[in-house]
Ligand binder design. Structure first.
Ligand code: GTP
Ligand code: PEQ
Length: 224
């Protein structure tokens, strides 16, 4: 299955600006992207980065550059892959879209997503807060509408075309690294899965001096 990974190269991760400088946000975003690409390959998917601009590093997969807003760029991909390309309806291989900031994604969690996407017309892994962290689409009429409560919007869009929806209830796929509190989530699970050392993103955070901090009884992050 082809798996498109949207990746913003300009001012990525602005909601982390209170804890990371612009260069640090770019480096951290890149570390997460690499982890997500590895997890997709580990799950048997074929990753393709869908970037807003040239990616300033070697990546282990093809990169498509499309500087349109996220929704338009993803819809162009869905149209190209599932649209009237001469295939009979029902013959299309599903297409997946997995965000580049799912730093906890594992091959197992993505295999579950891909399997759901082979059973239903649309499979959605919601993000906390109403986003759509990952989805798999096999119906050519389906279109994405990201931002806001996109999880609800994607249910509505699927209903409008009478498409079946599978919801993938996965803590790992629901955790996107948007806010400083999400960095604590990443460090917690990296520590629990320690044989893999938590991947590049968790290593990047540790090397940058971040650690869990529970001094006031709640778990957060601190930096040396
Ligand atoms: N191709 C593409 N990817 C995008 C665009 N905007 C965001 N992304 C990617 O989509 C995923 C979800 O992005 P968000 O969390 O909404 O935005 P972000 O830029 O990562 O972070 P914030 O600036 O804090 O909102 C991430 O993988 C981003 O790299 C865009 O306009 N085009
Ligand atoms: C792209 C957007 O991501 P969020 O801003 O919720 O992280 C969404 O999932 O609709």
């Amino acid at each position: 299955m082809e798996v498109f990974v949207p990746f913003s190269t300009d001012r990525p991760k602005s909601r982390l600006s209170g804890v990371l400088t612009p260069d640090e946000r770019a480096a951290f975003a890149h570390a997460m992207l690499r982890d997500v690409l590895d997890a997709i390959s580990g799950a048997g998917g074929e990753p393709r980065v869908l970037a807003t601009g040239a990616v300033d590093a070697d990546l282990p997969c093809p990169v498509t550059v499309d500087d349109r807003p996220l929704t338009d760029a993803v819809n162009a991909v869905l149209d190209a892959r599932l649209g009237s390309g001469g295939k009979a309806e029902g013959d299309e291989e599903p297409v997946a879209v997995v965000m580049a900031d799912l730093a906890l994604a594992t091959p197992e969690s993505l295999r579950e997503l891909f399997a759901a996407g082979r059973e239903a017309d649309v499979a959605i892994a919601p993000g906390r807060g109403g986003g759509t962290n990952a989805l798999v689409v096999s119906r050519p009429e389906f279109r994405v509408d990201y931002h806001g409560a996109s999880y609800l919007d994607h249910h509505r869009i699927a209903d409008e075309i009478d498409a079946s929806v599978a919801v993938v209830d996965s803590h790992r796929l629901a955790t996107d690294a948007d806010e400083p509190a999400d960095l604590a989530e990443l460090l917690i699970h990296a520590e629990a899965d320690d044989e893999a050392d938590g991947g590049r993103a968790a290593r990047w955070l540790r090397d940058a001096g971040f650690a869990l901090d529970a001094t006031d009884g709640r778990v957060g992050i601190g930096r040396e």
